[in-house]
Design a protein around this ligand. Sequence first.
Ligand code: ZN
Length: 188
Amino acid sequence: MSYPFDYEDEAADESFGAPDIGRQNVLARFIEKVRYVWSNAEAVLPQIEILLGEDQPFGKGVLAGIVYSIQSRPEAIGQHLLRFPTKAVLLVADELLLMDDAAIDRVLIHEACHLGYPRHTKEFFTLCRQLGGAVTSHDAKENNIQVQQKVGARYQTIKTFPSDEEAQAIAWARLQMSQNPGRYRLSM
Ligand SMILES: [Zn+2]
């Protein structure tokens, strides 16, 4: 997946003072995913107020995040202790809005799992994987390794590889470098 470089300028032009339809849609889909995750986890979902935050998620390259404080006591579900917040705020990165629907869903499933498991524990990853959630932010992207070449001032993606084919991506990039010297990098 590639991202337009001038996205921020476009967004600034078009959405000044207007409601952010993209983010509102993501919030609606997140609420669907919360129901999907927790009904499949066979957990009784308490009433949670889910709001949309205005900030970008914390951290570089982070596509989405939820912010909440835990006031409720942990609840035993099967063998697990779940901690559901009473109020959660979803943060959506600009970058997420540019992704395709399937990728957005994988990211939102990951965030929905965090409502019961705040940390990246083994139980969190088991549930997230089972339900098709992104396990890292990179999993959400269709092609995880991009070979990029510097053209003028910018790097352009010239070929993509699945995340488990790093060795092949490196070999391919080296071949390009030998045939056409220049600056290359892998974006993962
Ligand atoms: Zn996470």
